[in-house]
Design a protein around this ligand. Structure first.
Ligand SMILES: [Zn+2]
Length: 208
């Protein structure tokens, strides 16, 4: 039984045209509107060249270039600190969407009943199996333990960006929310290294 059902069954794993689930656009749009209001939201989407998504949010997987463009425009138009807040909310909402629509209730009950270490193994394995839906042409690797560690090389959130602090809040928030609900309520996720700070990959430590 798959613990997480994938949104699509097809993906290009490498190179141009790799695709990413629409949550990376839809949840950012929702969080941005709630946090910054409709005018600034519209400006960010215009800056990203994605204003068509404001009226008609994507229903299917999108080109990863759209995700890269949106996260860059977010930083450009609202600044890195506020962009991190928007991204945190968007990641949180992405996890809630997955909990409501993609992760079977039976699997959720099982993880909640198990000790945190065992639940972490199940969840991280499921996340890895579905990594293609959120990492596009990025390369996802992981390691069990406490902290568990997730690494995304060629990360689509911060590709080509330069930042003063780790920039992939969207992923950190998604992992933290999933772990907080399914593994341990005190889970904290910290992005230890980020490609936006010239690291070879973005790595996230997940501890509880
Ligand atoms: Zn990063």
């Amino acid at each position: 039984m798959p613990v997480v059902t994938a949104e699509r069954t097809h993906a290009t794993h490498h190179g141009h045209g790799a695709r990413i689930g629409p949550n990376a656009i839809i949840r950012v749009a929702e969080a941005l509107r709630a946090f910054e209001g409709p005018a600034l939201s519209a400006r960010v989407f215009r800056t990203a060249g994605l204003d068509h998504y404001l009226d008609a949010p994507p229903q299917q997987m999108v080109d990863e270039c759209d995700v890269i463009a949106l996260h860059r425009a977010l930083v450009t138009d609202v600044g890195q600190v506020r962009a991190a807040s928007v991204s945190w909310i968007a990641g949180h909402r992405t996890a809630d969407y997955l909990l409501e629509n993609r992760i079977p209730i039976a699997a959720q009950r099982l993880m909640k009943a198990l000790p945190a270490h065992a639940a972490s193994i199940i969840l991280l394995t499921a996340i890895s199996r579905n990594a293609w839906t959120f990492s596009g042409s990025g390369h996802f690797t992981y390691r069990f333990g406490n902290p568990a560690r997730v690494s995304i090389a060629n990360c689509p959130v911060c590709r080509g960006a330069h930042a003063a602090s780790p920039a992939c809040t969207y992923f950190a928030a998604t992992f933290e929310r999933l772990y907080s609900v399914l593994v341990h309520p005190d889970t904290r996720v910290v992005e230890r290294t980020c490609m936006a700070l010239d690291a070879p990959a973005c790595t996230f430590d997940i501890s509880w």
